[in-house]
Design a protein around this ligand. Sequence first.
Ligand code: 13P
Length: 253
Amino acid sequence: MVRLPFIAGNWKMNKTVREAVDLVKELKATLSGVKGVEVAVAPPFTALDAVRREIEGSSILLAAQNVYWEEKGAFTGEISSLMLKEVGCHYVIIGHSERRQFFGETDETVSRRIKTALTQGLKVMFCIGETLKEREEGKTFSVIERQVEVGLKGLGPQELRGITVAYEPVWAIGTGKTATPDQAEEVHRYVRGKLEGLYSKIISEEIRIQYGGSVTPENIKGLMAQPNIDGALVGGASLKAESFSKIVRFREL
Ligand code: 13P
């Protein structure tokens, strides 16, 4: 099964509208002509519209960093799937560890967000990953198992096709401490096996699993060489056109 590699940049709470437009202008230039890889950027909400206008006609796809599960109403501070679709989002990141850590996200709220986003026609980058403490206590696989089982609960096989899983070990995010290709592959293989158990072999082979956590132009090639690593969700290195486009062009490194 050949899975199209998928590289996405999560800009987190960075970039004013002006900075976002400048970055994406540069990206359009440095990424023109790139083939055989899907690319998305996830600017903050305030820059989505401006970035969408800039990437129109290019192959770069727009992603948001979070979404609420209700369609509309009295939910101060939240954004709905419909609003994200309207502004041109193709993808939404759900369940990022920073949301789980700082904003009280649980596997259950992650699951509700995923369900609504898919129903409304967004594709989802579904983030999972263990903390350093959990890894040291030997709980990596049980944590991943729970996150996958609860996060995807109630999704049928057709809905699952709208999901990309992003494995982001919390200890590797923003720390400069990447998981080794072997460490990442071990978890990716486990996730694929889990998806096979929950759905089927065919579907588990179709789903892409990205790695995230201190991905750089220096380590991307080794990661992408692993059979179950199908892309990357890039934080810090996605904030500069030079490093992000090198990561996207990993085959040329
Ligand atoms: P860094 O690439 O900065 O470690 O962030 C990874 C991440 O959290 C992407 O969602």
